[in-house]
Ligand binder design. Structure first.
Ligand code: AP5
Length: 220
């Protein structure tokens, strides 16, 4: 089972890169933020509880998040592995993932880390608009669609996530960067962290991530 954790602070470019890596590596893309948003749209108890934290920019509690992620990892399409986006976000989540994988004789294989200066994260998040049909992210200035307000791939209208308004973006960064850096240290100590410069074009970041992942795959 090949489990790759795609690490990056909020807004670093995980959701932009993960579908491209997923297509190249043939592994499903599992994003905890997206799992929470779709549960909230469906009106489930888990989704509504998660939404109350997300709307305040806070992390959803570990027990809820770990349970949901492990359930998703047990589905048939993830039998040979997955690319995780937005998980783990605390050391407790990282340890729970390690424990669950170890019980099956597995481990986190590699942790590519999209690094971006903190001052750039606010710009990336507050200018982001998302495709309603499939969640493709755009940026009003940095990564605009060909036709304003319309997704290049789906032709569907773009909308702004409720947690991308400036006040919630500030709250997310204030609450989430410290636990995020603890997770970075956790994987650095485990010797699996592979930093990639996120402050370059989307194509250049994809190619740096693929170089890192394919080299690791060949080393086996
Ligand atoms: P989640 O949905 O995971 O949000 P996030 O981690 O805050 O990350 P984002 O999706 O906001 O950013 P991204 O890195 O994917 O950047 P993107 O590619 O879109 O989580 C939402 C909430 O759910 C959390 O706040 C929390 O409450 C909860 N949650 C989720 N997982 C949890 C967990 N494990 N534990 C507890 N709570 C959890 O790019 C950003 C922008 O930049 C876009 O506009 C894009 O077009 C642009 N861009 C991307 N790359 C480039 C580039 N190279 N050049 C120029 N522009 C670029």
């Amino acid at each position: 089972m090949r489990v790759i954790v795609l690490l990056g602070a909020p807004g670093a470019g995980k959701g932009t890169q993960a579908p491209l890596l997923s297509a190249s590596l043939g592994l499903p893309h599992i994003a905890t933020g997206e799992l929470f948003r779709s549960a909230a749209r469906a009106g489930t108890a888990l989704g509504l509880e998660a939404k109350s934290y997300m709307d305040r920019g806070e992390l959803v509690p570990d027990d809820l998040t770990v349970r949901m992620l492990l359930e998703r990892l047990r589905q048939a399409d993830a039998e040979s592995g997955a690319i995780l986006d937005g998980f783990p976000r605390t050391v407790a989540q990282a340890a729970a993932l390690d424990g669950a994988l170890a019980a099956e004789g597995g481990h986190v294989e590699q942790v590519p880390y999209i690094e971006l200066p903190e001052e750039e994260l606010f710009n990336r998040l507050s200018g982001r608009w998302i495709c309603r049909a499939a969640g493709h992210p755009y940026h009003l200035r940095l990564n605009p669609p060909r036709v304003p307000g319309v997704c290049d791939e789906e032709g569907s209208p773009l909308y702004q996530r409720s947690d991308d308004v400036p006040d919630v973006v500030r709250a997310r960064l204030a609450a989430q960067l410290a636990p995020f850096h603890e997770v970075v240290d956790y994987y650095r100590r485990a010797g699996v962290l592979a930093p990639v410069d996120g402050d370059q074009s989307v194509e250049a970041v994809t190619s740096a991530l693929l170089d890192t992942l394919l080299a690791a795959g060949e080393r086996g």
